[in-house]
Design a protein around this ligand. Sequence first.
Ligand code: SF4
Ligand code: SF4
Length: 313
Amino acid sequence: MDEIKQDFRCRRCGACCRIKDGIVRVSDAEVSRIAAFLGMDDASFIANETELAPDRKSLALKSRADGSCAYLADDNLCRINPVKPDKCRTFPFEWTNPDSHEVCPGLSRQESLPRSKDEIRREMRARRKALSAAERAEASVVICTKLARSSGLGEVIDPFEIGSPIAVYLASPDEIDLRAYIERLLWFGLKVVAPRWNGETYELAVLKGLDARHLRRGPMGIMEPVDAEIVPAKEVYGWIVPGLAFTRDGRRLGYGGGWYDRLLADAPKDAVKLGVAHSFQVVDNLPAEPHDIALTAVLDDSLADNALDFRRT
Ligand code: SF4
Ligand code: SF4
């Protein structure tokens, strides 16, 4: 056990707070502790924040419909961390469950080695798929608001200042949807481009609208612009790019085809290249390759004001 403890490094992945059918029992003392932390009295806390455990032997914290704990925040952190129940505090050592080694990447010695790109892709695809339509829509609203907020069209990418087309992507059902931001760009009369497959590779085609007249379904099932005009990547100074995982310092893990890296490789050196992501897609580290193109910044769907951190300098 000591050896396992020594190897353990919590990845802050929140998987232990999403264990299917996981029950977080709370004692009377824990009820009072958490209620006080939340500024509630014990009775309201019990009525609103707990439920009877399935064996009816104790109270347990409420779970969401997907089985995750109601106190798990978008950034995978516990909203009641300073007063969380002992069961959570002692996972995965004193308290454990039969699946702990499978659930907890911090516990597995193999998983504590650097993960491959494919492993990270698999995890991120699964986590994105597990989101409800409402969660995805909420994340899209946050990202589009961050992109478009305050001064004109945004402080990270200001299309008026950049004076070039803005490259966006048209989202697949699992991706953050940029339509609200794209509509805003078009409403301001700005030139917008998006990837389109030409039979051999992706190029940037002008996007004139988001209705059926302006779009067609591409070979990968992703919508593409129909307009004939193509804009070379070397003329585009503002990019908003999708991905499966990102690091804060701008590394990006794509879908494996390398299409975006190829497009970005032709972008001007001083182009603003912005990744957008759910906060769980922003990780500490990613395997790097020599051909990877670093992004200027990553905006996530947390309420953190990370747009300002990456203002163009
Ligand atoms: S599952 Fe393991 S690594 Fe992930 S947050 Fe829980 S203890 Fe940490
Ligand atoms: S109380 Fe906190 S640590 Fe415990 S399951 Fe809920 S979110 Fe996770």
